[in-house]
Write a protein of this length. Structure first.
Length: 120
């Protein structure tokens, strides 16, 4: 297993537990966490933080190849992983970015993509 694959699996493990995941904003590590603005096509209701993490963890475990490593500007040089997914049948493109920090899964982004599939 590659280092990236191990990191993604660890983010999924930690992200599955409310005590070991975060999605807070700070000036040092800005985030855009807006699950409530996206309709979960499986339930017909807006995503919540727990349901957003449930989807993220599922994707990390079942489709880790869709995530791309990214060096962040804030905090400078740290590593995060991003992906875009299209929700069917709504065709809404969701941008997701996650990071492993100090033994916690950190949700940096979960929002409607503003740039389509190549939103970075």
């Amino acid at each position: 297993m590659t280092d990236s694959a191990q990191t993604l699996a660890e983010i999924a493990r930690l992200g599955g537990q409310s005590k070991t995941r975060r999605n807070n904003f700070s000036r040092e590590a800005p985030s855009r966490w807006e699950p409530e603005t996206i309709i979960n096509t499986e339930s017909g209701l807006p995503f919540s933080t727990p349901s957003a993490w449930e989807l993220i963890c599922k994707l990390l475990l079942e489709s880790p190849g869709i995530f791309t490593e990214l060096k962040l500007q804030k905090p400078c040089g740290q590593t995060a992983y991003w992906a875009t997914i299209t929700l069917i049948p709504s065709n809404v493109v969701v941008y997701i970015k996650v990071q492993l920090t100090s033994g916690l899964a950190h949700g940096r982004s979960f929002h409607i993509s503003t740039k389509g599939v190549a939103d970075v």
